[in-house]
Design a protein around this ligand. Sequence first.
Ligand code: MG
Length: 472
Amino acid sequence: MPARLAAVAALLLPPAAAAAPPNVVLVFADDLGYGDLGCYGAKDIKTPNLDRLANEGVRFTDFHASQPVCSASRASLLTGCYANRVGIHGALGPGARHGIHADETTLAEVCKSKGYATGMVGKWHLGHHPQFLPTRHGFDSYLGLPYSNDMWPNHPEAKKGTYPPLPLFDGEKVVNADVTAADQAKLTRQYTERAVKFVAENKARPFFLYVAHAMPHVPLFAGDAFKGKSKAGLFGDVIQEIDWSVGEILKALDEHKLADNTLVVFTSDNGPWLSYGDHAGSAGPLREGKGTVWEGGVRVPFLARLPGTIPAGAGCREPAMAIDVLPTVAKLVGAEPPKRPIDGKDIGPLLRAEPGAACPHEAYFHYFAQGELQAVRSGKWKLILPHTYRTMQGQEPGKGGTPGRYRQVKVEAAELYDLDADVGEAKNVAADHPEVVKRLLGLAEKARADLGDALTKRTGSGVREPGRLPPE
Ligand code: MG
């Protein structure tokens, strides 16, 4: 075609016709620490498939869960909001009578607005009553446990009678009313098979697949093919099975020729549950773990691959948080952002490793427990606010699935850490930088006015109610 004609034809063709909208696969591990993957320094756990993802995409080294606990973390990932904004705190148990509100917009609904097929396998944890289930919040299909796998009568730590039998859902139907230990050992494989099937069934249209593994949350279970295979005990076996699972999904994308047009993301909901000792993961060089806002509780692996868009082998050292995933995906798939205000921002420039790309937030806020603002992060600075946290320092470690006992530690006055120089948060430099402390305290005040703070007894003007069952 002559050049002029080609130019005219290019003008007439709508740009959307040039490329199909990208698929999105989001894999979420549970209680996997910053140091638990080969590509993040693990020596005794082999994760070739996740390492491949890092080599073919971008690896973030300063990515955070918004809260160091399951339900709150998931609420942020799926709504783009701080969890306390949408009224979800802590970890919802089988007795919970609330869940995600019908008026919140989930990542699945964002994708659905653009005609995506949406599927989920794994742990939901945003309410187990029918109106809160994934199928009522944007997912066409669902297979998984409604909450954590330790909320289970057979968990050695569950006092007899504390928990009802643990159900497995397919859609809105309970297909296994009493999950056994043998069933738990099959979960990772079962989720993987369903995920691979979903990819095959939806290969001809854009799709969003959310794979939220039950593992490596305790009680740990590995499939027969993985037991005893790692050099890091049962915990390592479990991670190697998750790595296998990621490999199966990557293989399915390759087989259906979808790899070049699929964003694959892997991350974790919070850091390692350290009281479980040899059944817990590792936060690598970071301080503390799950249930604390020290880096070990909130900094997690984050890998993303989208060939042709994300440069292979890129690294990102800028701070980012799970609240940013929803707006980033919305932008990528060309969807409108949710109608209700959200907290996250598009981190597409960071994913694409654009020159000069920077964190789009002045600050991130680390809430924990029932709406306690415990830390503020701005650039390289992190201010730990006065609060009480748990530690295993000096305690007898857990073993073989039985946890040790945490001890409580009180932070009496605000502490400041320079995370560029001191990622392990070992040296409080508040006295050397009073102007930085003052600025971060000012940011904390703004957050309290909007999102509240139980530590200073503040009610936020911007917090919303979760969905609730009518009173009994
Ligand atoms: Mg968790």
